[in-house]
Design a binder for this molecule. Structure first.
Ligand code: NAG
Length: 520
């Protein structure tokens, strides 16, 4: 009897364990962090995970790892990639957020991923089966092919919020007149120029995608995936069918962030799932510095891509002078040695950020405003001074400013002086802290924590075989029907015909009248 129960229980457990393929092949640290978090939650929920990652780990006994770390090499050959430092950005601010460059990078990485020998080994094994594919969505849809290959549902993991570029894949692009865009800094409502600019960005992005990137992606799809499909005895479906077939998008944003356009049923906000709760304990030496900070501490980090050591030396000296004049302790993530440190300034080569932000003595955070850092500050209710550099950081910080818990400082050669003003403002003004705490409460006020929600939605998609009930009917008709252009065409032709008939009739009648007049 006991044995029977045991068999039954293990059967039930087995039935509930799904085979999940998680893809995070882009060698950007923040995307890697999100991928690892997805794996962590799925493994905790006892699912069987295969993780394709650009940042492989040493020991992974709970899941299978496919190492695509070679993808980083594909980018290092790129000149822009090699010189991507803070000093370079300060000289070339106008070159940032180049749409073509963003799409190119994503395409190059996808192209590389599908030729990676470890990944190919998985794809070429006809015995591999998956219940669901979860792939990061970063400027390319090529990974959607995997759901077609394994005949299972596709879930996109999107690193940002309700952006039209993602929404177009499961419903339709949002109206640019009122939706913020990671490619530009303005927060809605937009003025005339702002609206024009958002429309122009959407047109530009779509044009470059359609004219340049999509043909390249289709060629790669035909060239690299056809043999893989044939190997499994399948014929290659059309790229359009694959590209718009996702069951769900899991977006890394939270509703409290505000200023969002409305979203379809299969677009879920689970922002914050990458933050481990409770945060890991701090290393002893850091714990001691933070605990003994009599006047509290300020945490300063420019993230993982942008290293503080690349800040020009006279600005570093200026910053040290500004920090040295404070009575508060300063924790600076700086990746090199710094001589002549003031007593209250501490350098960390590596910083366990969430655990530092979680410390009760943390006064505020000086940050580049990356999306993960922005979510962490709200998670722990810490106000911020933002120094945006690239991509979505401008809009993230402007949103934080609009939400009342942040101020912004520009990255210029005057950084130390501007930062001094901002620091004094932050220290003198308690409203930033109060607002950060308020927003943090709002962020945590959810039905379940975001990691639980993530697991629920993935399981829901598998249980319902792709959640067809959540699909938007907007995908069922072509764009001209959505815009009623066919109706407009009918109306215009009816009116035009009537008009022409009327003119003809009128001119014939008037000719008749004229003739009659002549005869008389
Ligand atoms: C579309 O998604 C469904 C599940 O949602 C899957 O079974 C099917 O194979 C997918 N088709 C293509 C062409 O991607």
């Amino acid at each position: 009897m006991f044995f029977k129960v045991l068999v039954f229980v293990s059967l039930v457990l087995c039935l509930d364990a799904y085979k999940v393929l998680v893809l995070a092949p882009t060698p950007f640290r923040s995307l890697g962090v999100l991928g690892e978090a997805i794996v962590r939650h799925l493994v905790e929920a006892k699912h069987e995970v295969t993780f394709v990652t650009a940042f492989p780990k040493e020991n992974t006994k709970n899941y299978r790892q496919i190492d695509v770390s070679d993808n980083a090499l594909a980018l290092s050959g790129n000149d822009d990639g090699a010189s991507f430092t803070l000093a370079w950005v300060m000289e070339n601010p106008q070159l940032m957020n180049d749409i073509r460059y963003l799409q190119d990078v994503a395409y190059i990485i996808a192209n590389e991923t599908f030729q990676n020998k470890h990944f190919l080994k998985l794809l070429q094994d006809p015995k591999e089966e998956f219940d669901v594919v979860i792939s990061e969505l970063y400027e390319t849809e090529l990974y959607a092919a995997l759901a077609a290959l394994y005949k299972c549902p596709l879930v996109w993991s999107y690193s940002m919020g309700a952006h039209w570029m993602a929404l177009r894949l499961v419903a339709e692009a949002t109206n640019p007149a009122f939706a913020a865009d990671y490619l530009s800094p303005e927060v809605p409502p937009f003025d005339f120029y702002g609206r024009l600019n958002k429309l122009w960005l959407q047109i530009q992005w779509s044009y470059i995608k359609w004219a340049d990137t999509l043909p390249k992606e289709k060629a790669t799809y035909e060239r690299l995936l056809k043999p893989i499909f044939e190997n499994r005895g399948l014929s290659l479906p059309s790229y359009d069918d694959v590209m718009y077939n996702a069951s769900l998008i899991l977006a890394n944003d939270y509703k409290g962030n505000g200023l969002m356009p409305s979203t379809p049923q299969n677009f879920q906000f689970i922002g914050g799932y990458h933050v481990e709760t409770p945060p890991k304990p701090l290393p002893e030496n850091i714990q001691e510095i933070l605990d003994t900070a009599k006047h509290g501490f300020i945490y300063f980090s420019m993230g993982s891509i942008w290293q503080s050591k690349d800040i020009p030396v006279n600005i570093v000296n200026g910053l040290l002078k500004v920090f040295g004049e404070l009575k508060e302790t300063v924790i600076w993530k700086y990746e090199d040695v710094l001589p002549n440190l003031p007593k209250n300034v501490h350098i960390l080569k590596w910083a366990p950020q969430p655990s530092i932000l979680a410390h009760p003595k943390c006064l505020f955070f000086i940050t580049h405003g990356g999306h993960l850092s922005s979510i962490e500050t709200v998670h722990f209710g810490v106000p911020t001074i933002g120094i945006p550099i690239f991509f979505d950081q401008f809009i993230n910080i402007n949103k934080a400013v609009a939400n009342g818990y942040a101020t912004k400082v520009d990255l210029t050669y005057n950084l130390h002086n501007d930062l001094k003003i901002a620091i004094n403002n932050m220290l003198a003004n308690s409203t930033f802290k109060e607002r950060a705490k308020e927003l943090s409460q709002l962020y945590h006020d959810r039905v379940v924590p975001p990691g639980k929600e993530l697991v629920h939605w993935v399981e829901h998609v598998v249980r319902t075989r792709g959640a067809p009930h959540l699909r938007s009917p907007a995908l069922m008709l072509p764009w001209y029907q959505k815009m009623y252009l066919d109706v407009a065409a009918i109306i215009i032709s009816v009116v035009a015909t009537a008009f022409i008939l009327f003119i003809r009739l009128f001119s014939r009648n008037s000719r008749k009248v004229n003739m009659e007049k002549k005869h008389n």
